[in-house]
Design a protein around this ligand. Sequence first.
Ligand SMILES: [Zn+2]
Length: 273
Amino acid sequence: MLQFANYMAMDEAEQFDSAKLARYARQMMLDRIGESGQRRLLKATVAIVGCGGLGSTIGQILARAGVGTLVLCDSDEVEIENLHRQILYDERDVGRSKAVAAAARLLSINSQVKMHARPMRVDAENAAELFESSDLVVDATDNLASRYVLNAAAVRLKRDWIYGGCVGWEGTVMVVRSGTGGACLECVFGPPEPSDPATGGRFPISPATPVVVGSIEAHEVLRYLLDPAANKPCGSRYVCINLEHPRVRSNDGVPNNPACRACGGGKNLKSEI
Ligand SMILES: [Zn+2]
């Protein structure tokens, strides 16, 4: 811990730097973080695609952890039926842009973090721009179509990203290592299927599920940003969790599907690595 005499001996810039780090003292006690890891987090940019149940939790954890810049993407407005699970918002936010309301709330949690509100729906063009302008893209959308858009951009650009999805009482998080030839989303879930118009995009969801699944995603983001070897070849991995009958399944080496249209079973990725 910093002693007062040492603090007074610092010049103004050093004092500012020390004060900036003070709020992260408890996480800097972790071996994996320390001061060097914290500085790494403060320099990082993460794009969170979706500011609903998953994005609320991911945004809070990353803002509190001091990830330096967060890009918050969502084209929707806050609705009253969102409030049971989207923990960034309250009744005053109903009718506001989720991206704008999320940025304001996260700034009130940590004013050291830069927030970029992007009220937009992800498409092929802006997905590429998100990958190119951030260190990591994390999926917090609520529909498969957007995830396949992210997957296609990640395969094309050979970039890693983090997928997260949940419904009811269960969810899955996958660290998709397209940057180093790992299995892509389509390797695991197959080609995209048309959405069911009967559901209108509404599905049952427990308020606890996106908090748990979003927390796992946020943890994977921190783990990725903190690992200096993040760009070395490494397989994709997933974690599945069921809260109704509590159990966790995981796989640290998800195999590529040789018949995958998106990544060619990894060949399209590995050939140029
Ligand atoms: Zn694939």
